[in-house]
Ligand binder design. Structure first.
Ligand code: ZN
Ligand code: ZN
Length: 167
């Protein structure tokens, strides 16, 4: 029963949303494969167009949603609430911490979350329980930048006092 909590997309059929590969779905999945970090639908759409794939932005959104439902992608949100997607590694689902300022994302150790989810599922008598846990914050480099910005007055601009060229 516990294996339902850690789906392995390549070895287990998706329970609720059967995946039917279409040309466009395959193109979107391949484009996701080719990227390392989290990607917005818009960025993915641009990458596809750059590769000569004719696909509407709406189709990209819909396809990503379908990928999400069938457990083939990891989803996080950026600071504006936009959903960002990443191809899910084949060794099971992961949890990520994401910087709201620069978008940096990193996989985190989440054994405690997995144990807790297992226990809740068992206690509540549920099967095929899925969970989404997203951590977001401000990364180290961004915090350093914030502190520096708060401590120092704004740097003098070399051109501020200069006369405008067109005056
Ligand atoms: Zn950052
Ligand atoms: Zn988990």
């Amino acid at each position: 029963m516990t294996r339902d909590l850690r789906p392995h997309p390549d070895t287990q059929p998706a329970a609720s949303a059967p995946w039917r590969p279409t040309r466009q779905r395959t193109a979107v999945l391949n484009a996701l494969h080719g990227r390392t970090g989290f990607t917005s639908a818009q960025e993915l759409h641009e990458a596809l167009e750059a590769d000569g794939v004719t696909i509407g932005l709406t189709t990209v959104y819909r396809t990503l949603h379908a990928l999400d439902r069938s457990g083939r992608v990891d989803v996080v949100r950026d600071r504006t609430g936009e959903r960002l997607y990443r191809h899910r590694p084949t060794d099971g689902h992961r949890h990520y911490i994401v910087c709201r300022d620069c978008g940096l994302s990193a996989a985190v150790e989440a054994e405690a979350v997995e144990r807790w989810a297992d226990e809740v599922a068992e206690t509540m008598g549920f099967a095929e329980v899925e969970h989404t846990v997203e951590l977001s914050g401000v990364c180290g480099p961004c915090r350093t930048e914030h502190r520096r910005a708060a401590a120092e007055p704004p740097p003098p601009r070399g051109d501020r006092g200069a006369r405008r060229a067109d005056s």
